[in-house]
Design a protein around this ligand. Structure first.
Ligand code: DX5
Ligand code: ZN
Length: 223
C-alpha cells in the first residue's frame, strides 16, 4: 500500500432525502473520503445527481469529495464539479476518446484527476495514462448500481495494476481506489491485492450501525 488506508463511503446507498445525515455519519465514523456517484442514464442505466447537489453538500463536510462521473462527455462537467467543491474528479476511460485532454482539464481546474476502468475493459487501455493521473479507480462491479457482488477476477486486476504502478515508480503519486462489492468480509483481500482506498456503499449505509461499520473497515485497514 502506498499510503495510510482510507475509506470512501458511497452516498449512493444513503438516504437521498437526508444526505446531511449521511455526511455526519461519515464524519463520526472517521471516514476520510466521501464517494459521490454521478450517473447520467447514458453511460450507465441509472440517474443520480449533479453539481448543484454537490455544491449544497459542500458546506456540511470537510471530507475529501471524490466525485465518480459515470457519464458520457465527461469534459462537459469538469468545471461545474470543480466549482461545486469536488476535490477529486474521476471519469471513465470508456467514456472518452481523449482521456489526456480531460485529465488536463481537471488539473487546470486545480483538482485531482481520476481515471476509472470497468471490469471487462483490458488493463492495457488505461496503462498509457497512469503517469498523468492522481486517482486510479478500479471498478469491481459493472457501474450503475450499488449492492452488487464483487466481480470474479477483480482482485487479480488490482494486483496487476498495483504491480504496474510499483514498476513505474508511481505508487506514491497515484491512489488506487477499488469500487463495487466491497464488504467487511472481503476488505482485507482487496487491500492485500493493492488497494489504497476502498469505496463501500451498501455495506455502510444498509448496515444497522453505519458509524460502527465505518470504524470496522478502519480496524481492518489499519490493524
Ligand atoms: C456503482 C458505484 C459504486 C457503488 C458501490 O456504479 O460506482 O460506487 O456505490 O456500491 P456497493 O459498495 O454497494 O457495491
Ligand atoms: Zn462509484
Amino acid at each position: 500500500m502506498a499510503s495510510e488506508f482510507k475509506l470512501a463511503p458511497s452516498i449512493l446507498s444513503a438516504d437521498f432525502s437526508d444526505l446531511r445525515s449521511a455526511l455526519k455519519i461519515c464524519e463520526e465514523g472517521g471516514a476520510h473520503w466521501i464517494h459521490i456517484d454521478v450517473m447520467d442514464n447514458q453511460f450507465v442505466p441509472n440517474l443520480t445527481l449533479g453539481p448543484p447537489i454537490v455544491k449544497k453538500l459542500r458546506p456540511h463536510s470537510s471530507q475529501y469529495f471524490d466525485v465518480h462521473m459515470m457519464v458520457v462527455e465527461p469534459e462537459k462537467l469538469v468545471e461545474s464539479f470543480a466549482d461545486a467543491g469536488a476535490d477529486g474528479i474521476t471519469f471513465h476511460i470508456e467514456a472518452s476518446d481523449n482521456p489526456k485532454a480531460v485529465i488536463d482539464l481537471i488539473h487546470a481546474a486545480g483538482k485531482d484527476a481520476g481515471l476509472s476502468i470497468k471490469p471487462a475493459t483490458p488493463l492495457s487501455e488505461i496503462e498509457p495514462f497512469l503517469d498523468l493521473i492522481d486517482i486510479l479507480l478500479v471498478m469491481s462491479v459493472e457501474p450503475g448500481f450499488g449492492g452488487q457482488g464483487f466481480v470474479n477476477g477483480s482482485a487479480e486486476r488490482i494486483q496487476k495494476l498495483r504491480k504496474r504502478l510499483n514498476e513505474r515508480g508511481l505508487s506514491d503519486r497515484v491512489t488506487l481506489v477499488v469500487d463495487g462489492g466491497v464488504k467487511l468480509h472481503n476488505a482485507k483481500e482487496v487491500l492485500d491485492a493493492g488497494a489504497d482506498v476502498l469505496v463501500a456503499g451498501s455495506e455502510v449505509f444498509e448496515s444497522e450501525n453505519p458509524i460502527e461499520t465505518i470504524k470496522s473497515f478502519y480496524r481492518i485497514g489499519n490493524p
